[in-house]
Design a protein around this ligand. Structure first.
Ligand SMILES: Nc1ncnc2c1ncn2[C@@H]1O[C@H](COP(=O)(O)OP(=O)(O)O)[C@@H](O)[C@H]1O
Ligand SMILES: [Mg+2]
Length: 326
């Protein structure tokens, strides 16, 4: 078993005094791929922000827990410390980054600038070609001369990934990298991630609201709900034998075809949002198995057998209790 590259333990985050993440725990082995999944609003992007040291920009602070990365304690790093990690140790493809490229600079100018900054001493031109090869963009010389608006969405996303790789990071964090893309392009981008891991040996944290997206790529899956991690296990375990009712609901929620390429997944009830987290288990109001204890005590994320963890007081509820309390 590879030693863990990243370990987040009991992370708590507040924005302007409002708790937005609590007790977020997950780990990622070297050369591993972790899928971070959960409905919109479950705290996935905030977890990425914490990991990239980007919370201060939105008034956020870490109030509890720790983040350990390759022997470095990230929690508590100052700006200089984060500058050594961000882009260099950990690369980041932010959510909704499809239009984040500078419209008045060619792809080549932007990529070369990133390489100069993050990988000094390298042959900038050769490395730019190599980066576009890594993300499987054919004809790099041609792409380097293009402006972002001349590229398709899928090509722009590949360029964003290439930019995130410029500093040769050991971990790449990609926040919903396929969400705005149609299904075929989604598949192609996921193949890029799978190839990257083989080609570079890097680890990946792949964030998505769609469990189906990570099923083929991730080794392990962390499921978030209401600002906390509710289940952590191997992809096989989580996909075929979920240990938390929320994961089961996510798996059972059938995508409805709306317009081409647009999917809507629904679980009855309303997601738990910061400021309105219920006492007890945050999923209890939407959980068909909820008992009294679920409404009063928040379950901790505890290890089960087989290297997996779950934050649930127990389900299916014992037959008599289900009847006694519903
Ligand atoms: N900048 C912010 N200020 C205040 N609240 C925020 C901010 N960003 C996110 N939140 C709150 O935190 C919750 C989780 O956000 P986020 O991590 O973006 O969710 P996800 O990426 O899983 O969709 C959201 O429901 C939102 O209410
Ligand atoms: Mg998000």
């Amino acid at each position: 078993m590879n030693p863990d590259l990243l370990t987040i333990t009991g992370l708590g985050v507040e924005i302007n005094g409002l708790p937005v993440l609590s007790d977020v725990s997950l780990s990622l082995p070297s050369h591993g791929v972790l899928g971070l999944v959960g409905e919109t609003g479950s705290g996935k992007s905030l977890t990425c922000r914490a990991l990239m040291g980007l919370l201060p920009r939105i008034g956020g602070t870490v109030v509890a827990g720790s983040m350990e990365f390759a022997g470095t304690t990230l929690t508590g790093l100052d700006d200089r410390g984060w500058a050594k990690v961000r882009g260099r140790q950990i690369g980041f493809v932010p959510q909704a980054s499809l239009n984040a490229l500078d419209p008045v600079m060619t792809v080549g100018a932007q990529l070369k600038e990133a390489v100069r900054l993050l990988d000094p001493g390298t042959d900038v031109k050769a490395r730019s070609h190599e980066l576009l090869d890594l993300v499987r963009l054919p004809d790099p010389a041609h792409v380097l001369r293009r402006y972002p608006h001349e590229l398709s969405g899928g090509m722009r996303q590949r360029v964003m990934i290439a930019l995130a790789l410029a500093g040769r990071p050991r971990l790449l964090v990609a926040d919903e990298p396929t969400t705005a893309l149609d299904v075929t392009v989604q598949k192609a981008i996921l193949e890029v991630f799978a190839d990257l891991r083989t080609a570079t040996g890097m680890s990946l944290l792949l964030v998505t609201h769609d469990l189906g997206v990570v099923a083929d790529v991730a080794d392990t899956i962390a499921v978030m709900y209401g600002g906390t991690v509710v289940e952590l296990g191997s992809t096989q375990q989580v996909m075929t034998d979920p240990s938390h009712p929320y994961t089961a609901a996510l798996l059972g929620a059938r995508p409805t075809t709306r317009a081409a390429g647009e999917r809507l997944v629904t679980i009855p009830g309303v997601p738990a949002v910061p400021g309105q987290w219920p006492t007890g288990c945050r999923f209890a109001p939407r959980c068909e198995w909820a008992r009294d204890v679920c409404r009063t005590q928040q379950p901790a994320l505890l290890p089960l057998a087989d290297d997996r963890s779950s934050a649930c007081h127990g389900w299916p509820a014992p037959h008599e209790e289900a009847h006694a309390h519903v």
